[in-house]
Design a protein around this ligand. Structure first.
Ligand SMILES: C[S@@+](CC[C@H](N)C(=O)[O-])C[C@H]1O[C@@H](n2cnc3c(N)ncnc32)[C@H](O)[C@@H]1O
Length: 641
């Protein structure tokens, strides 16, 4: 521990020039902020009471992006980012399964804080080179202006590259030091933090665990135990105590994770298993820190350079996000509420998490296409799609929650989208309601395990049953999304499936199910420049090998909300081979005289359209037999009758 994250991606980083170095924090930063008295491990009781705060470090020189996010010197309250209506949807009938935590409909957000010594934003972004806003040359002006942005960008690129090299050196040095540390730690002289008076480490016995449950665990003890478990699991043969298995250490670590970070045991375990041991801690640590505040330029109303200029003039400190988007801006600091500026009210931008850009980039809608956004409220992605269509074609923005379509409609109007039709059906009713789309986005209702830093209630309110129900709903929705796409589309024929969750049940399992149920679809490249490959194997499950084309995004790796994106191409359905082309299935037939003959099986000939009335009628009969009231007969059944 105490070194940079192993899983850092080389530059260019999407949001953050340097990865989150959580292991340092776990070992040192938290301990440094404490007084000498033992402090209870943190436990989330009420998510609303835990308001993430953002500040900027005074010392910009030592600011590597993550260090700029601290607990003192408040500049904002990110709870305001979360749409209040998200709570409503947990109450309605359809929303029983809807754990959306998309924050695209913000209340006014005010970022306040001390300015960094540099005067400009903390250098924690590699700005885009694709932005035409950086035509003018830089100046020495202290504030970020469009004029000095390009120079700053170049300087930051160089700095990031140099820092990346330093990181590698630091990483190698830390790896070399680790062996020495192991020897020191285990003899009880010094722990991984350099505490000379530490007791030799041992796993608590069953009695000690029981005893600990009755008290509030000391945060130092829990942290140290977590560090030790991670270290021992990393070199198990060499460091494990006799008589203890890997699973003993893992079980203790999961217990400590749930108590330290305030998760229920079920979710702590589920999330833990997504990563190698040390990385899991980085993930849990990253969930304790708010993600950067980002906005998406509405290109129907303005250009990014003009928007940036307007906001800079109002005292907003911002920079382009990464090279992967030419519409995103990261807001570092603002003396005005970002969700209530005249530019916001005039629809020049959407307050939107960077991860929310990804599915729309993957969808890549083309002008004049017919697009369905199947679960669209409050419209962050709908309005992005409308902008990419340049207000041509049509976007059907659907959401099962009628109440949420109000904010969707408001956003559609504010952003000047003229090609959007808002509707409110259960997504599972498509394509019966309408079909033949060139592209469909299914940004599915999900558990929100990717957005825990915004909604900490997820830590305690998700049970095994929730994941089963959600996964079931997602599987139903994805089939309907696929069936709503026209394989004949001249320009498209694509569906994008996304969630703001990181669990395999809601992502790879759903995609794999769709591939099995719909042989006419295949996964294709998302077109996204970064992101980890989806799992093709997970804890004994094997998925289709093409699952490696899907992309996973993580807070501790990409400094954005946890997210998943898969893109499918829908092909024409291949008709089953004609009977005379197929090998006949042979069945034994007993003739009248009692002799047995092998004969080809007669073709059962199933035409789903033709047979639908009969199937429907037999379903009604079955329901009646069970004492249930069947739904009224559909028109086709009546016609057939
Ligand atoms: C992740 S949110 C969508 C966020 C949206 N795409 C955006 O970018 O602003 C999921 C949405 O699914 C909707 N939803 C839940 N169940 C649904 C269903 N069966 N059919 C359609 N929409 C549903 C919820 O009301 C919620 O608004």
């Amino acid at each position: 521990m105490g070194r940079r994250a192993k899983n850092k991606q080389p530059p260019p980083e999407p949001l953050d020039a340097k990865p989150y170095s959580s292991t340092k924090k776990l070992g040192k930063r938290k301990a440094e902020t404490q007084d000498d008295k033992p402090r209870p491990a943190k436990k989330i009781k009420d998510s609303k009471s835990k308001k993430p705060r953002v500040t900027f470090d005074d010392d910009a020189g030592s600011n590597d992006g993550w260090e700029g996010v601290q607990d003192d010197g408040v500049i904002g309250d990110l709870d305001d980012l979360i749409d209040d209506e998200d709570d409503d949807m947990l109450r309605g009938p359809v929303q029983e399964l809807d754990f959306d935590s998309d924050e695209d409909e913000p209340a006014p957000l005010l970022l306040r804080g001390r300015k960094s010594k540099q005067g400009g934003p903390a250098p924690n972004i590699i700005p885009t080179g694709s932005d035409d806003s950086s035509e003018e040359s830089g100046s020495d002006d202290e504030r970020t202006t469009m004029a000095n942005m390009e120079a700053r960008s170049r300087a930051l690129d160089a700095k990031a590259a140099a820092e990346a090299e330093l990181d590698i050196e630091e990483f190698q040095q830390a790896a070399a030091d680790e062996d020495d540390e192991d020897d020191v730690d285990m003899d009880g002289q010094e722990d991984a933090n350099g505490d000379m008076d530490a007791e030799p480490f041992h796993l608590p016995t069953a009695e000690e665990r029981e005893e600990e449950k009755l008290t509030v665990p000391d945060v130092h003890t829990v942290q140290r135990r977590m560090r030790e478990c991670v270290r021992i699991l990393g070199k198990f043969k060499r460091l494990a105590a006799e008589g203890h298995s890997r699973s003993d250490y893992i079980a203790q670590l999961i217990l400590d994770i749930s108590s330290h970070y305030g998760y229920n045991d079920f979710l702590a375990e589920k999330l833990f298993h997504l990563f190698p041991v040390a990385e899991a801690i980085e993930f849990f640590e990253a969930n304790e820190v708010p993600r950067p505040v980002t906005i998406r330029t509405n290109t129907l109303r303005t250009r990014r350079r003009d928007l940036a200029q307007a906001l800079v003039n109002r005292g907003v400190n911002l920079e382009p996000i990464g090279k992967w988007t030419n519409v995103g801006l990261q807001v570092f600091e603002s003396s005005v509420p970002i969700g209530a500026t005249p530019e916001y009210l005039a629809g020049h931008y959407m307050l939107q998490a960077a991860s929310s850009f990804l599915p729309v980039i993957a969808l890549a809608p083309q002008p004049n296409e017919r697009v369905l956004d199947m679960a669209s409220a409050p419209g962050g992605k709908t309005t992005h799609i409308a902008a990419l269509l340049q207000n041509t074609g049509v976007v059907f923005a659907n959401d099962a929650n009628k109440a949420r379509t109000k904010s969707l409609t408001a956003n559609v109007h504010r952003l000047g989208c003229k090609n959007v039709v808002v509707c409110s059906y259960d997504g599972r009713e498509f394509p019966k309601v309408m079909g033949g789309f060139d592209r469909v986005l299914l940004d599915a209702p999900c558990s929100g395990t990717g957005v825990i830093s915004k909604d900490a209630s997820v830590k305690i309110n998700k049970s095994e049953r929730d994941f089963t129900l959600l996964s079931h709903l997602q599987k139903q929705l994805i089939l309907c999304a696929i069936d709503s796409v026209s394989p004949e589309s001249k320009t498209g024929g694509y569906i994008v499936y996304s969630t703001c969750s990181v669990t395999v049940d809601e992502n790879e399992s759903v995609v794999d199910y769709a591939l099995r149920k719909r042989p006419n679809v295949k996964l294709v490249e998302t077109g996204l420049e970064f992101g980890r490959e989806g799992f093709t194997k997970f804890r004994g499950k094997t998925f289709h090998p093409s699952l490696n084309l899907t992309r996973r995004f993580y807070p501790h790796v990409h400094n954005m909300d946890g997210f998943f994106v898969a893109k499918f191409k829908v092909e024409k359905r291949v008709k089953a081979k004609k009977a005379d082309e197929e090998e006949p299935i042979m069945v034994e037939v007993v003739a009248e005289d009692g002799t047995v003959e092998n004969k080809p099986q007669e073709d059962a000939g199933f035409d789903s359209d033709e047979d639908r009335p009969y199937l429907e009628e037999s379903k009604r009969r079955r329901m009646k037999a069970k004492g249930l009231r069947p739904p009224p007969r559909s028109k086709t059944v009546k016609a057939t009758a």
